[in-house]
Design a protein around this ligand. Structure first.
Ligand SMILES: NC(=O)c1ccc[n+]([C@@H]2O[C@H](COP(=O)([O-])OP(=O)(O)OC[C@H]3O[C@@H](n4cnc5c(N)ncnc54)[C@H](OP(=O)(O)O)[C@@H]3O)[C@@H](O)[C@H]2O)c1
Length: 348
């Protein structure tokens, strides 16, 4: 049996819409009919610049998948045919998301059942970007700020203030929701005012308009909103020049700044001022994230089911053929407050 897939034959090559065999699940794997795949900026960077080491070509991109279990491999007891699942995919021919059928190992921590009220498209907005926000915020020190490594419902930061730079990004939308979940009283975000109502519905208490306030004056704007020390900052818009510096400038001495960067800066005065900065490589299938990854995925379906974590808003692309033209939008400001989602089954 064959299927349609968007294949990268070699590094930095154009995508090719191909007809390839449907992969068979090995022991401990499920075969999933992909009904939604979320795109990420890293897909663009890998296709254009081959930025991730050890990708074996040919490969298939697409890291956020939602779909139906079609077939289970030997020894799989947790899932049966027909289960609605969402998970983090990998860059490989058998495990990438930009194809009509993919495989996932059920011994990986990052797979779960989709709560009934959530659509496949919504579910596919969550895995990678939620992990990018939650690992450096909640995971134990020194992996993350250690704000709540066990998702303990008693943890509460009532009375404290947090700042999210880039609240309009998919990652930033989750950072806002996590600070709300943790009980922060004041959650300030730097984002376009056009997203204000939406970001406030997620938990932001104040939106500083990025189109009116320059990033270099963010500190002054934050001070007009609260006199509370900002002991917690999340920087989501890491590619914006000056964003890391602005976050660090707003951070109170002794405070913690989590970022979506795999390699955040290490300012010279960090130790003297007690300010800590955390980065993330948002896979929970690699160390040091595995232990927290299990906790994360034990709690994520429940948090989504209870409405504590809401999916991103969505822009649908029509089939796999729309992906090559859509990916460059991540680099030119062409994605605004939505997650790009494609249903590979729609490919003609
Ligand atoms: N370390 C990891 O493992 C990992 C994993 C996933 C993502 N990331 C990184 O995390 C970052 C965010 O990813 P994403 O998928 O969430 O991005 P995204 O949703 O595609 O980002 C688009 C958003 O960025 C906002 N933005 C652009 N310029 C801004 C500025 N000057 N200030 C504030 N916001 C600005 C835009 O706001 P407007 O709507 O106002 O235009 C838009 O809503 C990316 O750099 C990505 O590579 C890292």
């Amino acid at each position: 049996m064959s299927q349609k897939a968007l294949v990268l034959e070699k590094p930095k090559s154009p995508f090719v819409l191909s007809s390839i065999p449907i992969p068979k699940p090995g022991a401990g794997e499920v075969q999933v009919k992909v009904l939604a795949c979320g795109l990420n900026p890293v897909d663009t960077a890998v296709q254009a610049r081959d930025i991730i080491p050890n990708v074996k070509y040919p490969t298939i991109l697409g890291l956020d998948v939602a779909g139906d279990v079609e077939e289970v491999g030997e020894g799989v007891e947790e899932y049966v045919k027909g289960d609605r699942v969402f998970f983090s995919a990998d860059y490989s021919m058998a495990h990438g998301g930009l194809q009509q059928y993919t495989l996932k190992s059920v011994s990986d921590p990052d797979i779960g059942k989709i709560p009934p009220h959530i659509s496949y498209n919504e579910a596919a907005t969550i895995p990678l970007t939620f992990a990018t926000a939650v690992i450096p915020l909640l995971s134990v020190n020194p992996i993350g700020a250690g704000l709540n490594p066990t998702f303990d419902s008693k943890v509460n930061f009532d009375g404290e203030a947090a700042l999210v730079i880039g609240g309009g990004t998919s990652v930033g939308q989750f950072a806002i929701q996590i600070y709300k979940y943790l009980g922060f009283s004041t959650i300030i975000t730097y984002a376009s005012l056009k997203h204000s109502d939406y970001l406030k519905s997620l938990g932001a208490t104040h939106v500083i308009d990025r189109t009116q306030v320059s990033i270099s004056t963010l500190f002054d704007s934050v001070k007009t909103i609260t006199s509370l020390p900002i002991k917690n900052v999340y920087v989501a818009s890491i590619m914006v020049e000056g964003a890391m510096e602005a976050g660090y400038a707003c951070l109170a001495h002794g405070g913690q700044m989590a970022t979506a960067s795999p390699a955040p800066p290490k300012p010279d005065d960090a130790e003297a001022t007690g300010r800590k900065i955390y980065g993330v490589f948002a896979s929970v299938n690699i160390e040091p994230n595995k232990e927290f990854g299990k906790e994360l995925w034990k709690n994520l379906p429940r948090l989504v089911k209870e409405g504590i974590i809401k999916p991103n808003r969505i822009e649908m692309l029509t089939g796999l053929t729309a992906v090559p033209d859509a990916l460059p939008r991540f680099m030119n400001g062409g994605v605004s407050g939505v997650k790009l989602i494609v249903n590979p089954q729609d490919t003609v």
